[in-house]
Write a protein that binds this ligand. Structure first.
Ligand SMILES: C[S@@+](CC[C@H](N)C(=O)[O-])C[C@H]1O[C@@H](n2cnc3c(N)ncnc32)[C@H](O)[C@@H]1O
Length: 371
């Protein structure tokens, strides 16, 4: 299914493609136009970082193009309409924004998305690299120094009910079709709670939590056995992935180090480990990840490293070239690694890693993937 969707997207973006491999597509152009070409329900995760507008950076396209907040939010609203259309019902979106614009954008997004988290990225710097925060005169401040960025995390909302997940509606619809009560389904899936015997199904239907793979296969079996339903979709097509644990950032305050300045750095480049965290916790292997404001192309590299498929859209020719180079290099490395035996591949990776001058935290960014 994902493979076919990926091929379909690539066909629709024909004429704009700057790079194409079996797992990555880079299209050059305005995301507003190109998003309109992407088929409905074809993308699993949108991870994107548009111009912030409030930062007014002249070296970022469209950061200074809007003369009012309203114009900017209207632009984003039009984009949000496309995002909702192209996302799979069990997909999710991360939208990066500034603290100044986050409230307006969250309200706008809540028209068609169920806002799940408002993440604060605290942007710590490595010791000795704390930029303006360390240098500027604190006594001259007239408000708290803005040192965080915001990430709105949301899922497409179901029509008419912003708080019920798509899966909740889906489950209820199928259960009703099978004329099965919540208690019956709970019994058939063996999901009895200690107190409330219909609780598990009711929690799934209200979107408070989701069945495990094992429970979902029992649900499918129960529905199919009624003969009223002929087919049930696979787990990956109905359950919105979300997986964290106590070893990763699991709260809505994130402390990933900012990207250290380097020659050729994008002015708004996001840390690779943070992008990997976003992708790892909210998508399945093989899923299609879209960044329609791709900048340096780090989202694409993070997606490929995690065995996902990547679609990047970027307007600025300079950054298109950078992304293209990174993708070509990644592809070449992958092909080389695939042609080696296991032990040769491990030796090559170990050698590349120990060559870098990287510190521990930034190690991943400066290995063979960050070129
Ligand atoms: C905030 S930066 C993204 C940085 C990126 N997250 C990274 O890690 O490098 C926004 C990017 O969107 C691009 N951009 C601005 N307007 C665009 C548009 N209409 N369509 C596509 N890309 C656009 C800019 O050129 C810029 O590279």
């Amino acid at each position: 299914m994902r493979n076919k969707d990926f091929i379909d997207v690539s066909k629709k973006l024909e004429g704009f493609l700057e790079f194409e491999s079996s797992n990555a597509i880079l299209a050059g152009g305005d995301s507003m136009d190109l998003l309109k070409r992407i088929p409905d329900n074809s993308i699993s995760l949108i991870l994107t970082d548009p111009p912030y507008h409030s930062t007014k950076k002249k070296n970022i396209k469209n950061d200074t193009s809007f003369s009012s907040d309203e114009m900017f939010v209207n632009w984003m609203k039009e984009l949000a309409h496309e995002w909702k259309r192209i996302l799979r019902p069990n997909g999710s979106i991360f939208l990066f924004c500034s603290s100044k614009m986050s409230a307006k954008l969250e309200v706008m997004m809540s028209d068609s998305f169920n806002i799940l988290s408002h993440v604060v990225w605290s942007k710590p710097n490595e010791p000795g690299f704390d930029g303006w925060k360390g240098k500027m005169k604190k006594e001259s401040l007239r408000q708290w120094y803005a040192h965080s960025e915001r990430i709105i995390f949301a899922e497409p909302s179901s029509n008419g009910n912003l708080n019920r997940s798509w899966f909740g509606n889906f489950l209820k619809e199928k259960r009703t079709l099978c004329s099965m009560s919540g208690h019956e389904l709970t019994e058939l899936t063996g999901a009895y709670g200690k107190v409330n015997h219909g609780g598990a199904v009711s929690n799934w239907e209200t979107g408070r939590n989701v069945p495990s793979r094992e429970q979902y296969s029992k649900i499918c079996e129960a529905f199919l056995n009624t003969g009223k339903i002929k087919e049930m979709p696979p787990y990956e097509d109905v359950i919105r992935p979300f997986e964290v644990n106590s070893f990763v950032e699991f709260t809505d305050v994130w402390d990933f180090y900012s990207v250290r300045p380097y020659n050729g750095k994008h002015p708004a480049e996001k840390p690779l480990d943070m992008l990997e965290h976003c992708i790892n916790s909210t998508s399945y292997e093989g899923d299609i990840i879209l960044d329609c404001f791709a900048g340096s192309g780090s989202t694409a590299i993070a997606a490929l490293k995690l065995n996902r498929k990547s679609i990047s859209i970027e307007l600025d020719v300079k950054w298109i070239k950078t992304i293209q180079n990174r993708l070509e290099k990644y592809d070449k490395n992958e092909n080389e690694l695939n042609s080696l035996s296991n032990s040769q591949a491990i030796m090559k990776l170990t050698k590349t890693k120990s060559n870098g001058k990287a510190t521990k935290k930034n190690e991943k960014q400066t290995t063979l993937f960050n070129t």
